[in-house]
Design a binder for this molecule. Structure first.
Ligand code: ITT
Length: 194
């Protein structure tokens, strides 16, 4: 079985990706490889940040690895918070971040948004990028207690519940990260690396 390192410090992302990847690959976390560094993310785009994170690990450990950079893009806010999603309110305070979004969208009728993920995979020293989107709207109040981040205020198109109201399986089937991971898995299967 092939081993892949997922370069993230976000436990929720790790659990989502573990559920998607199933038993086809042995997924190892940064903890599993003894990496406790705060990996820099200084890019202006999801692509740059995902690439920065995967290269950081590859350069130190020379292991096949991937990293995801993701975030929420809100149409009427010129795609903010985007790459600043994790610290939109100035810190990693999920409640504060959601509160700021709801405040900025107060009285806004255009509440269209999307989540986007870019994954950078480094396999045998070569980088491959994968992308996933999910379109939806920002609700007027929080609902649900599952998931993480902005899930309680994001309602995917075609549903009348938020990501935080969904089971992990349901979210993974339609989410930005779920779709980007499906693209990555298809690539690995096509290369017969399973
Ligand atoms: P790593 O960089 O260690 O992977 P992170 O939390 O810093 O973890 P990102 O830089 O990709 O991850 O920041 C993404 C932020 O966007 C994240 O902290 C959440 O606030 C939000 N986000 C990303 N995916 C999300 C999802 O599926 N549901 C809700 N919010 C999400």
């Amino acid at each position: 079985m092939r081993t892949l390192i997922f370069a993230t410090n976000n436990q929720h992302k790790l659990e989502e990706v573990q559920a998607i990847i199933g038993s086809d690959f042995l997924l190892k976390s940064l903890n599993d490889i003894g990496c406790s560094d705060d990996i820099p993310e200084t890019g202006d785009t999801f692509e740059e940040n995902a690439s920065q994170k995967s290269h950081f690990i590859y350069e130190r450990y020379t292991l096949d690895c991937f990293a995801d950079d993701s975030g929420l893009e809100i149409e009427c806010l010129n795609n903010e918070p985007g790459v600043y999603s994790a610290r939109y309110s100035g810190s990693r305070d999920t409640e504060g971040n959601m509160h700021l979004v709801l405040e900025k969208l107060k009285n806004q009728t255009n509440r269209k948004a999307r989540f986007r993920t870019v994954i950078s995979l480094i396999l045998n020293g070569k980088e491959h990028l994968f992308e996933g989107f999910v379109h939806g709207t920002i609700t007027t109040q929080q609902s649900g207690n599952k998931g993480f981040g902005y899930d309680p205020i994001f309602q995917p198109d075609g549903y009348n519940i938020t990501f935080a109201d969904m089971s992990a399986d349901e979210k993974n089937k339609i989410s930005h990260r779920g779709r980007a991971m499906q693209n990555l898995l298809k690539f690995l299967h096509d290369q017969q690396l399973k």
